[in-house]
Design a protein around this ligand. Structure first.
Ligand code: NAP
Ligand code: ZN
Length: 346
């Protein structure tokens, strides 16, 4: 066992406390990682605030982890001490179901083990990246390519793969008009990926002051969702809308912006249910879909794509004692565009 300092919340919505936990002794396929940076995803807030059912407390959030390998189990093949590595949203899956076999471990039929707020297959709670060290079986660890800094790379482990995967699946590319709805942690990375995939990218945001940055990330156009004219101007325009908003949206209004056969893909995950008129789908053969992070091999591919195309999250590095304040700021959408905790300050 190895003792490690963590930031944990004792109960839903409580402030963070610095405390210690024990990481499991290294098994033959395990990698011990000295965590350098941990991004703050809005899912951390949903979880730590108990927005979604079934929160396990005390909770140590964090699933945008980057660090350095400090020890490896005797059967580890793909990692060595000193490697720059990342860990994302989950740390185990059955490995034998049809989804695991095709590299979509997030949809494992046994249920994947999430990096935190989850029970591992032995029934022990998992604790995430707001922590100095983590032990992870090597199948769930990825390499951070040269050319990506460990701090800016950390949000790619969730925000990156969560947007790259559906953009690819729904063929964002040349000749496709893609709208990114919401320009926060996920949204600002999605703009960069969609642009580099060759799509024509439009940003739909409530904010009045993000246009210049949206264009710098590669957007072709920027529209305010608070302006009713936006919905008249853009009616029937998009092949794909990627919804990254953390709250419920007026689904019918956004469906009206899709072409025939267009798809609204939800990655934003509010707790409240959504409503829509089926006629919004029927009249233009539109679809509504959802997507959960991405598989391990696709995560590695996404990191290489980011390194190759110069894609990097725009981050604000904070100290461990600033996490409560960062949560407040994210809830006010006052983040440009991802907070990343410098774990050396823990
Ligand atoms: P974030 O940084 O807070 O960004 C969310 C953006 O949504 C905000 O910047 C804001 O954009 C917009 N927004 C927030 N509240 C809104 C409201 N009441 N009405 C309209 N727009 C609003 O959050 P994030 O880290 O990108 O995460 C976004 C969502 O994705 C969360 O629900 C998170 O849990 C979920 N998520 C899902 C997956 C998955 O696998 N599906 C993975 C990671 C995260 P503007 O200011 O530009 O309007
Ligand atoms: Zn996340």
């Amino acid at each position: 066992m190895c003792k490690t300092y963590v930031l944990s919340v004792p109960t839903a919505k409580a402030p963070f406390e610095k405390t210690t936990i024990e990481r499991r002794p290294l098994r033959s396929h395990d990698v011990l990682i000295d965590i350098k940076f941990s991004g703050i995803c809005h899912s951390d807030i949903h979880s730590a605030h108990g927005d979604w059912a079934g929160g396990i407390f005390p909770m140590v959030p964090g699933h945008e982890i980057t660090g350095i390998v400090t020890e490896v189990g005797e059967k580890v093949m793909n990692f060595a001490v000193g490697d720059r590595v990342g860990v994302g949203c989950y740390v185990d899956s059955c490995g034998v179901c049809e989804y695991c076999l095709r590299g979509e471990e997030q949809y494992c039929t046994k249920g994947h083990v999430a990096t935190y707020n989850s029970l591992d297959y032995d029934g022990n709670p998992t604790y995430g990246g707001y922590s100095q060290m983590i032990v992870v079986t090597e199948r769930f660890v990825v390499h951070i390519p040269d050319g990506l800094e460990l701090d800016a790379a950390s949000p790619l482990l969730c925000a990156g793969i969560t947007t790259y995967s559906p953009l690819k699946r729904w063929n964002a590319g040349p000749g496709k008009r893609v709208a990114i709805l919401g320009m926060g942690g996920l949204g600002h990375v999605a703009i960069q990926f969609a642009h580099e995939m060759g799509a024509e990218v439009t940003v739909l945001s409530r904010a009045k002051d993000k246009e210049k940055e949206a264009l710098s990330f590669g957007a072709n156009e920027y529209y305010s969702t608070l302006d009713p004219e936006t919905f008249e101007t853009l009616a029937g325009r998009f092949d794909l809308i990627l919804n990254t908003v953390s709250a419920t949206i007026d689904v019918d209004s956004y469906l009206s912006l899709l072409r025939v056969d267009g798809t609204l893909v939800n990655v934003g995950a509010p707790a409240e249910p959504s409503q829509y008129q089926v006629f919004s789908l029927i009249m233009s053969r539109r679809s509504i879909a959802g997507s959960l992070v991405g598989g391990l091999s696709e995560t590695q591919e996404m990191l290489h794509f980011a390194a190759q195309h110069g894609i990097a999250p725009q981050i604000e590095v904070i100290h461990a004692d600033q996490v409560d304040d960062a949560y407040e700021r994210i809830l006010r959408s006052d983040v440009r565009y991802r907070f990343v905790i410098d774990i050396s300050t823990l």
